[in-house]
Design a protein around this ligand. Structure first.
Ligand SMILES: NC(=O)c1ccc[n+]([C@@H]2O[C@H](COP(=O)([O-])OP(=O)(O)OC[C@H]3O[C@@H](n4cnc5c(N)ncnc54)[C@H](O)[C@@H]3O)[C@@H](O)[C@H]2O)c1
Length: 324
């Protein structure tokens, strides 16, 4: 990581901060976002299309040291995307920063489990889990906190419902509870585990989660308990912000517009229709880019957002303001 690559101009247009050399020339008029030495623990990289992938690259481009916590079933896939030539382009850091995504740790984590004591026998004996010593939230957060001597940034970018394609009225109790557990309660569990490692950090610490408009408005295809999980996540964000604010830990959410990630494509096969629908009705008449979510996340993790907590920031081309 080049230290100079850690500076971003936020008051110039997007094009102007693509070239690092031009930044040096206008350094005096630049607002820096410098996360050098900060430690970011990111949950939710499933592949190189995940929001979390773009967030990891962007935080690293700003100087942060990266630890990924990925679902045990995709651990091998993520390891391979991080190394194979085929995916080299997708590892490149954004904004003209030199180098590529290089997390210092890639740990397995199944957000169904708060501690290893909660893991059921079937999972313990599953060959995809058996090879790992631990994969519950508490043990993973503690391993990262001890390895780096603290955590400055925690990203929650995970969601799951096994009945995601069912309408709300058809959703079973067990799938509904599971969706809330994995997609919402896990944030509480992570913040609880991370609190001792995030308190007392220079400049404060920041937690950012991902939500969707379907948590506060009716999006008919957003069933399977997922709309309820996002509604829970949103009020939990406020509760947690209040719970840990005295320790200078901020908790915020980004409400992203529709984007065709793996999770989104599982909601409905013709997910592109949702993107087009929103794009045609948004004040900015287009779909979002995952990099735009990552950039907003960088802002929320930076000192520029030092008084923002308990907030949901929409990164959706303005779609949420529309009445028709
Ligand atoms: N793509 C969209 O349109 C959109 C819009 C708004 C919000 N979001 C939110 O963004 C976040 C990231 O989703 P994405 O679109 O990048 O899709 P994604 O499929 O790339 O990411 C979802 C991640 O959740 C992980 N996950 C699922 N169950 C897990 C478990 N039990 N333990 C640990 N990890 C688990 C998956 O492994 C995957 O990495 C989610 O919270 C999603 O709801 C997505």
């Amino acid at each position: 990581m080049q230290p100079e690559a850690a500076f971003f101009s936020i008051h110039f247009g997007r094009d102007s901060y693509d070239n690092f050399h031009s930044l040096i020339l206008c350094e005096k008029t630049m607002v820096p976002i410098n996360l050098s030495g900060k430690v970011a623990l990111i949950f939710g990289v499933g592949d190189n299309e995940s929001f979390a992938w773009f967030i990891a690259k962007t935080l690293q481009a700003a100087g942060a040291r990266i630890a990924l916590a990925v679902h045990p079933r995709v651990h091998g896939i993520v390891e391979s995307i991080l190394t194979r030539d085929l995916d080299a382009e997708s590892r490149k850091l954004p904004h003209g920063a030199s180098g590529e995504l290089k997390p210092e740790l890639v740990l397995p984590c199944d957000a169904r489990y708060d501690t290893m004591a909660d893991v059921d026998e079937e999972t313990k004996n599953d060959r995809r889990y058996k090879k790992f010593e631990f994969y519950a939230i508490k043990e993973v957060v503690e391993a990262v906190g001890k390895h780096f001597g603290g955590i400055d940034i925690l990203i929650h970018s995970i969601a799951f419902s096994r009945e995601i394609s069912k309408r709300a009225i058809e959703t079973s109790r067990s799938a509904y509870m599971e969706a809330i557990g994995i997609s919402a309660y896990s944030l509480t569990s992570m913040v609880r585990a991370a609190e001792p490692f995030m308190e007392g950090r220079t400049g404060g610490a920041s937690v950012v989660g991902l939500t969707y408009l379907g948590g506060s408005r009716v999006v008919p295809y957003y069933g399977g308990g997922m709309s309820t999980a996002k509604a829970a996540l949103q009020i939990d964000c406020g509760q947690l912000a209040h719970n840990v604010g005295a320790k200078n830990i901020r908790v915020n959410l980004i409400s992203a517009g529709p984007y065709a990630s793996r999770a989104a494509r599982s909601i409905r096969p013709d997910f592109d229709k949702s993107i087009t629908y929103a794009a045609e009705r948004s004040p900015l008449p287009r779909g979002i880019e995952p990099q735009e979510v990552a950039d907003a996340c960088l802002f929320l993790c930076s000192p520029l957002a030092s008084a923002i907590s308990g907030h949901t920031l929409f990164v959706d081309c303005g779609y949420n303001i529309m009445g028709v």
